[in-house]
Design a protein around this ligand. Structure first.
Ligand code: DGL
Length: 272
């Protein structure tokens, strides 16, 4: 039993897809969330910069009492900090990559898996490598979708948003033409527009939500390591951002289904 918080980070709103799921699965857990919205998007940056940002995000979360660290960001998961850094962490660290890969491999029937993610995630080859490590016979069709994160961060998230639909069609039609039956949303921002994406891919393609799969993996880890909070009170959430723009709380609130504007605090991430 451990009543410390779960520390989660992402470049912006995306990691909230994991937070939303965690709140459902583990309603008594405290959560500290950091969204690096001053430096979003990470997905167009070099591996070195993504690693440096991720190390700062982790150090910030470790300045609180956390029992576990979660990189709820596909880009960081595909371009992780060096092994020595991760091995030196005082608590367990996990990310969204393997839970999403495992779920996709379980769900596909025809062995043709699509992956959409940021440019940095796709160029790292991490999703494809991990799928082939588990199942060398499977076919992986990848596509970088660099416009999705800015669209989502700017609130173009309604299911009928004409701009986002047009962009999504451009990205998805070539992958659909390859006959995939499973599509990994390899960026945690994408489940925010899951309805819109589902309308385009149709019912024959299963969408794998990396935030959701990651939340399941976190729950499993806490159970197996006796780290659950046994309190019967609702868990508390604290939200931190690196740039307190007015909109973060509002957009996050729409997505989380509750107004969090008054809980959002700013942090000078460069100091970590
Ligand atoms: N949610 C992040 C991810 O999963 C977005 C990356 C970005 O900031 O470009 O990749």
């Amino acid at each position: 039993m451990n009543s410390h918080a779960i520390g989660i980070f992402d470049s912006g709103l995306g990691g909230l897809t994991a937070v939303r799921e965690l709140k459902k699965l583990l309603p008594h857990e405290h959560i500290i969330y950091f969204g690096d919205n001053a430096r979003v998007p990470y997905g167009g940056r070099s591996r070195q910069t993504i690693r440096r940002y991720a190390e700062q995000d982790i150090r910030f979360l470790l300045s609180h009492e956390v029992k576990m660290l979660v990189a709820a960001c596909g880009t960081v998961s595909s371009n992780p900090p060096p092994k020595e850094f991760l091995q030196s962490l005082p608590v367990a660290y996990t990310n969204v990559l393997m839970p999403a890969v495992q779920a996709a491999c379980r769900q596909t029937k025809n062995g043709r898996i699509g992956v959409i993610a940021t440019a940095a995630s796709i160029h790292s080859g991490a999703y494809e490598r991990q799928i082939h490590r588990l199942h060398p016979e499977m076919t992986v069709i990848q596509k970088a979708c660099p416009l999705f994160v800015p669209l989502i961060e700017n609130g173009y998230i309604q299911r009928d948003n004409a701009v986002t639909i047009q962009v999504a069609r451009d990205y998805l039609e070539p992958i659909l033409a390859e006959g995939i039956d499973t599509l990994i949303l390899g960026c945690t921002h994408y489940p925010i527009i899951k309805g819109l994406l589902a309308d385009i891919v149709g019912p024959a393609v299963t969408l794998v939500d990396s935030g959701k799969e990651c939340a399941r993996a976190v729950k499993q880890y806490l159970i197996e390591n006796d780290l659950l909070n046994h309190s019967t009170l609702p868990g508390e959430q604290q939200y931190f951002v690196s740039d307190k723009d007015q909109d973060f709380g509002v957009k996050a609130g729409i997505f989380l289904g509750e107004d969090i504007s008054s809980h959002v605090q700013e942090v000078a991430i460069d100091h970590y």
